[in-house]
Design a protein around this ligand. Structure first.
Ligand code: ADP
Ligand code: MG
Length: 685
């Protein structure tokens, strides 16, 4: 078979718009509309408002000065009726800077033309530049609906796209996937009617509701999209419930021993989270639970108890952290807690020397290791677990989908516990994360004093220096976080070194340390240990300390160029102080001029301490696409619905999905059939 080149060129252009089927065409909605349903008399045209006018060509001429231009003079018909009351004819000049010879012929004297564009006062009188136009017979009927303007791509004209979409609309039956009872319950319009309206709205449509996407036709599309998402998530959830995983009931031997050995008692929220996880693990189906808790809420302990439950049952557990510093902190803390209980722990990171690595991997493969802790190196090729029962992922939002999948592939179907201090806003957890079970630790260990946040302009750096000197003299410890330089890691490192040297010179009487991402792990570990043991008073750091670092005596943090950092990052950084019972201070240094978004971020971080609220604001400022990031690219992004504005629809879709799945309704299949092939869902395939 020979491919039709014209057709495949068209297909390629459509593909650029992610249009692969007739339904995709139907779901390719207009950006805006133009009103060509009525003629506007020239004299009533206002600048800035495109209008449709009709006129006869009087004269047309190609001029060459100042540049090649086709100038057409037209006269509006029946000036007695629509124009000047004195009956003076209204003239219109039209200019084309780019034109084809055929256009000169088309616009020859005597032709009757309909033109759409903006009328402006010009040199000779009213003029239009590059209007859209059509030569028509006098009295030809006007379109009955608004003219859609579609997002398009090079080589694909509006006219072509309109034609293709119009055909698809006429050809497809577009039957409803939902029963009338559902439509009635939520006041939804039929599907077919809705898409037809969106492509061909009647002239008297409420234009504003179309623009704001609140029109009932829009709501129907949004609802359908959200419903498809809910179905997909729920079915994934059910599928998982149907899979087998080792049941790991809480035997209360190791877990109780750990709780007894702690110098503190668990918070109510920690106990609750532990209970939920303990129950999940006892089931013979894979757990997928997300444990959320603000920085410092004590998630590590809950993770340790989960790991012990696996170990008690003769299975292995693995704990993966996104950075080596954090993984190492976990390793130290968990070794401290669990080794006295006789748990055998292995450490795996990319920087491990070949021999040590081999020893660790052998121990994991033979089953001698009961708990493996490390970075993503834990789940790379060459690592084989003997009996992996539970995989724990800390700061899960920092891992890519690929890494998470690699992890899942390691055990037949291990239980998974994901932890995050960056809470998922409610709308996201109802939609994108609907296939996870979520537990929230909504309480900090007692005695914590909220961190005071100060925004200080770079010009007042001296005051900050004084403040550090005073605090450290009184026995406190401080972090100095160097600016994030996204464009260049090398430059960032250089800045950190320079800052370190400058601060060392500024504070000759203080022990100043430096930690950054390029240091060897054992160097890093040494610095962190020195800081913990108070041999270092001021620790200069890059953002490597963002997660996990836990030194309760550190009560002061300076963040340079805070305006460059994201909200989640600032919140995490700030969470490194305020871990003890003393009052802590975070000083956010910023440089003018601030962009509007930087100003907003600083305002939010200044006013907000609650991680959930920070995350909500982050979502508002950045939008869900960015919030989810490339990391979550496995999840289909919503095209029509808006997670912030359409909360009511998300809720309605969720309730409907629940009902229809529970009742075994055929609508589920029909609806998924319609939506799974569309652009939203390509990524899931
Ligand atoms: P995060 O949730 O940010 O991971 P961590 O697990 O690192 O928090 O805990 C923060 C600090 O609080 C650690 O030093 C930890 O040992 C301590 N901690 C955890 N639970 C409690 C508790 N119930 N009472 C007092 N301190 C606790
Ligand atoms: Mg943590």
């Amino acid at each position: 078979m020979t491919a039709n080149p014209a057709k495949s060129a068209l297909a390629a252009r459509l593909e650029k718009l992610a249009i692969r089927s007739k339904l995709d065409l139907v779901l390719h909605l207009p950006l805006r509309y133009e009103d060509e349903t009525r003629l506007t008399p020239l004299r009533q045209a206002r600048a800035g408002v495109p209008v449709l006018v009709e006129a006869d060509v009087v004269d047309s001429d190609v001029k060459y000065r100042p540049r090649r231009t086709l100038v057409v003079k037209l006269v509006e018909e029946s000036p007695q009726q629509v124009g000047d009351p004195r009956g003076n004819p209204s003239y219109l000049w039209v200019r084309f800077l780019n034109f084809y010879p055929s256009q000169v012929k088309q616009l020859s004297p005597g032709k009757h033309v309909r033109l759409f564009g903006e009328v402006r006062p010009g040199f000779f009188g009213d003029e239009m530049v590059h209007p859209r136009y059509r030569v028509v017979a006098k009295g030809a009927p006007l379109p009955k609906s608004l003219t859609p303007v579609y997002p398009t791509t090079a080589g694909l004209s509006q006219a072509q796209l309109r034609e293709l979409i119009g055909q698809a609309l006429d050809e497809l039956a577009l039957e409803d996937t939902l029963d009338d009872s559902v439509l009635e319950k939520y006041g939804l319009r039929p599907f077919r009617e809705s898409v037809h309206l969106l492509h061909r709205p009647p002239p008297d449509v409420d234009a504003r509701s179309l623009e704001e996407r609140t029109h009932p036709a829009w709501r129907r599309l949004k609802f359908d999209e959200l419903l498809a998402q809910q179905f997909a998530m729920r079915l994934a959830y059910r599928e998982r419930r149907g899979k087998a995983a080792p049941p790991l009931p809480d035997k209360h031997t190791l877990t109780n021993a750990l709780v007894k050995s702690l110098p503190f008692s668990m918070t109510r929220a920690q106990r609750h989270a532990h209970d939920m996880i303990a129950k999940d693990l006892a089931h013979p189906h894979p757990m997928r639970r997300l444990l959320q808790g603000d920085v410092g809420s004590g998630k590590t302990l809950v993770a340790a108890l989960a790991a012990l439950q696996a170990v008690e049952n003769g299975w292995q557990a693995a704990l993966m952290a996104p950075t080596e510093i954090l993984a190492e902190q976990h390793f130290l803390k968990l070794s401290h807690w669990l080794e006295p209980l006789g748990v055998r722990i292995a450490w795996v990171a990319g920087s491990l020397k070949a021999r040590a690595r081999k020893a660790a991997l052998d121990a994991i493969a033979s089953g001698e290791t009961e708990l493996a802790i490390g970075t993503h190196a834990l789940f790379q090729e060459g690592v084989t677990f003997s009996r992996l029962g539970l995989a724990i992922v800390d700061e899960q939002h920092r891992f890519g989908v690929a890494q998470r999948l690699a992890l899942a592939a390691k055990g037949a179907e291990p239980h998974q516990l994901m932890m995050s201090a960056t809470p998922i806003p409610r709308t996201l957890s109802m939609s994108y994360y609907a296939d996870l079970d979520v537990t929230v630790i909504d309480e900090l260990p007692p005695g914590r004093v909220p961190v005071i946040t100060k925004l200080v302009s770079e010009e007042r750096r001296d005051e900050v220096i004084r403040r550090i000197r005073e605090s450290c003299r009184d026995g406190a410890q401080a972090y100095w976080v160097c600016p994030l330089i996204e464009e260049s890691e090398t430059l960032q490192l250089k800045t950190a070194m320079e800052t370190f040297e400058t601060l060392k010179a500024t504070f000759p009487d203080l022990a100043v340390g430096l930690v950054h991402g390029r240091m060897k792990p054992d160097e890093k570990a040494r610095v962190m240990a020195d800081f913990k043991a108070r041999r270092i008073q001021l620790l200069v750091a890059t953002t490597v300390i963002e997660v996990g670092v836990d030194v309760p005596n550190a009560t002061l943090m300076v963040i340079e160029h805070a305006e460059r950092m994201g909200l989640a990052q600032l919140h995490q950084l700030r969470g490194r102080v305020g871990r003890g019972s003393q009052e802590s201070l975070a000083i956010l240094l910023y440089s003018q001029p601030l962009s509007e978004s930087a100003r907003m971020r600083l305002k939010v971080i200044y006013e907000t301490h609650d991680g959930f609220e920070v995350a909500r604001q982050d979502l508002l400022l950045r939008g869900p696409g960015e919030y989810l990031g490339a990391r979550q690219s496995g999840a289909p992004l919503l095209r029509f619905a808006d997670l912030e504005k359409d909360v009511d629809l998300i809720e309605a879709a969720r309730a409907t999905a629940e009902e229809l799945i529970a009742s075994g309704s055929h609508a589920v299949v029909k609806h998924l059939d319609r939506w799974l092939g569309t652009r939203q869902f390509y990524l899931r395939a």
